[in-house]
Design a binder for this molecule. Structure first.
Ligand code: M6R
Length: 609
């Protein structure tokens, strides 16, 4: 977690660092800080949001042409100003850090023995002192950073400045993302492109083990062996507008409404060109999919729920056994590896540590057929996978995942078609039929978005409740899970999801007039079963809120409220039903006055265990 940004320029960098930090707040937002060189290292840190730091920066009239800044999600040490970054070694070196230094205790003891004093409880402070220690010996910040990182174990992205070498800023990457932005006579460092996109689209992604030295007119990079390397320059596709709120009040609201476009962009290659397996998933995918004896999906949170939906598709359409497991559970249990299994990781950010470690574990067990479904190019998980499919959701900034989820679903449906085709389970007619279903999804999602005023009216009622239940069956049970997660994540209402058939085995005891029950009721083979489960709720006085397909002829009655979603979307119905549960969570949270985009205790990219 945490976001870092740095700049070295011939003009005051404070405004660009502050703006960059705001773009990175999704990564953590419990404290923020900045340090600039201006004859001395001047530092401002505040507990709270970047806006609080910004006011302090203004009050102190902070200016400088080289600087680093940080927004924190606390891991080591509480949310206090002394624990906020940048951390300094005396008045000489300042460091910002994203990640966790695993051997910080050992390094702390060593540095204390060398006479260093510590002011914070963080793991990061050892990095500042270590670099200072080596800088005293080398008088060269680049060399000192390289020597310091050689002593570190763990994960880091670093930005460093030193008072005695004001024309250089260094960066280092191991396990956490770090991108260099290339400007005209100025250069930047950041956790992701969004933080520098207002300055430049020219970027260079550092690789694990890289250490970089940035000056105004040049960038030097060495790899983990200490050899100079050239990292390829990319032109980022992200536009400055893509990270602006535009007419919306929150990023989550914007991202919910972007779904028709995000889905259309993600499926463009398939609806235009058919299922060209190697073209979509990478060279060699056809052969890998053809012999896959099983599929194992590894993911976390909302991405895990996308995997649960995909299991239904993959088993029913491609006729391949499919397991879905949370990354943090998989990595610590004994499994029976099958090298002919296709291991699919799903991650919006491509950084989630639990998913990354699960992938490493799978590879260590001999699985080399790996595919990543990811929204962020060049991120760690797809880079560690043999094949990759990138969703084209664009930057997702709200902590609650919305457009990433629905684009993951269309990507997984595309994977299902590819598996079915490679294994001879899909006729040409069958392929066109499924592509046709896919083609309708953006329109159906738009139709579902038009239900917003009705969902908003329901949200008024949910906002005054303490609990809620979500029910679904079959391929829609994961949508109930997703609805409950969205609601608890941003409105802090306790919400649980169950497969509707499970109600009578226990959760029914919770149902009374104070428990709103949301039911996902598409017009599919399980509709009559769902209706019976609803009777069980009504008989106990529970108030029911049903999302029912237009063609299911559901009528409202006493205690049963109905919103009609678009016509049944066949296999792709879960995508359409995801929209109203997102809207319900959003409007309920809005009504309760919570911070929708930055819910308490959470962060967007979870890079800790
Ligand atoms: O970046 P990832 O898709 O790997 O993230 C996984 C989860 O941390 C994420 O989906 C989380 O559950 C979201 N906040 C849900 O809205």
């Amino acid at each position: 977690m945490c976001g870092i940004v740095g700049a070295i320029a011939g003009r005051d960098v404070v405004p660009m660092l502050t703006e960059g930090l705001k773009r990175l707040e999704y990564r953590g937002y419990d404290s923020a800080g900045i340090a600039v060189l201006n004859g001395a290292i001047r530092r401002v840190r505040r507990v709270g949001r970047v806006a609080e730091m910004e006011s302090a920066v203004r009050a102190e009239d902070l200016k400088g042409i080289v600087g680093i800044a940080h927004t924190r999600w606390a891991t080591h040490g509480g949310v206090t100003e002394p624990n906020a970054h940048p951390h300094m070694s005396g008045d000489q070196v300042a460091v910002v850090h994203n990640g966790i230094i695993e051997n910080h205790e050992e390094q702390r003891a060593r540095l204390k023995a060398l006479g260093y004093e510590f002011e914070s409880q963080t793991d990061t402070e050892v990095v500042a002192h270590l670099i200072h220690h080596y800088f005293r010996e080398t008088r060269d910040l680049f060399a000192a950073t390289r020597r310091a990182v050689a002593d570190l174990h763990g994960a880091y992205a670093l930005g460093v400045v030193a008072l005695d070498e004001p024309h250089v800023m260094t960066g280092a990457r191991m396990g956490c993302p770090l991108v260099i932005g290339l400007g005209d006579g100025e250069n930047y460092l950041a956790s992701d492109v969004s933080a520098v996109i207002a300055q430049t689209r020219r970027v260079m992604y550092l690789e694990d083990g890289d250490v970089a030295a940035l000056e105004r007119g040049r960038v030097r990079v060495v790899d983990r062996a200490g050899c100079p390397v050239e990292r390829r320059e990319h032109l980022s596709e992200l536009s400055a507008d893509a990270v602006d709120l535009g007419p919306y009040r929150h990023y989550m609201q914007k991202e919910i409404h972007e779904q028709p476009r995000a889905i259309a962009d993600t499926i463009e290659g398939v609806v235009d060109g058919g299922v060209d397996i190697d073209g979509l998933f990478g060279a060699g995918a056809t052969a890998l999919f053809r012999d896959a004896e099983a599929v194992l999906i590894l993911a976390s949170g909302t991405s895990f729920y996308a995997g649960l939906v995909a299991r239904h598709w993959i088993e029913a359409i491609a006729a391949v056994p499919c397991g879905v497991e949370l990354g943090h559970e998989y990595r610590y249990r004994e499994t029976i590896p099958n090298p002919r299994q296709l291991v699919v990781t799903i991650s919006q950010s491509g950084e989630t540590l639990d998913t990354m470690e699960a992938l490493k574990r799978a590879k260590a067990l001999g699985h080399d057929r790996t595919l990543s479904i990811c929204n962020v190019r060049e991120s760690a998980i797809p880079r560690a996978s043999r094949l990759a499919f990138y969703t084209r959701a664009g930057a997702e900034i709200g902590v609650a995942s919305t457009k990433a989820f629905t684009t993951q679903l269309v990507a997984l449906f595309t994977l299902t078609m590819a598996l079915a085709k490679a294994r001879g389970k899909l006729s040409a007619g069958g392929e066109s039929d499924l592509i046709e279903q896919l083609r309708f999804v953006p329109g159906s999602v738009q139709h579902a978005l038009n239900l917003e005023p009705q969902v908003q009216a329901w949200a008024e009622r949910f906002a005054v409740r303490d609990h809620a239940l979500f029910l679904g069956r079959g391929v829609h049970y994961p949508i109930a899970l997703e609805g409950a997660l969205k609601l608890k994540e941003i409105s802090y209402i306790h919400a649980e999801a169950y497969p509707a058939g499970e109600l009578k085995h226990g959760p029914l005891a919770l149902v009374d007039a104070a428990m709103p029950v949301v039911v996902i009721a598409p017009n599919d083979a399980l509709l009559e079963k769902v209706k019976s489960n609803m009777q069980e709720v009504r008989a106990r006085g529970g108030e029911i809120y049903v999302f029912a397909d237009l063609d299911s002829h559901f009528a409202p009655s006493e205690g049963v409220h109905v919103i009609r979603t678009p016509r049944h979307a066949g296999w792709l119905s879960p995508i359409v039903h995801a929209i109203p549960v997102q809207l319900l969570a959003y409007h309920t949270a809005l009504r309760r006055g919570t911070d929708v985009d930055k819910p308490r205790n959470l962060a967007k990219a979870v890079t800790v265990e």
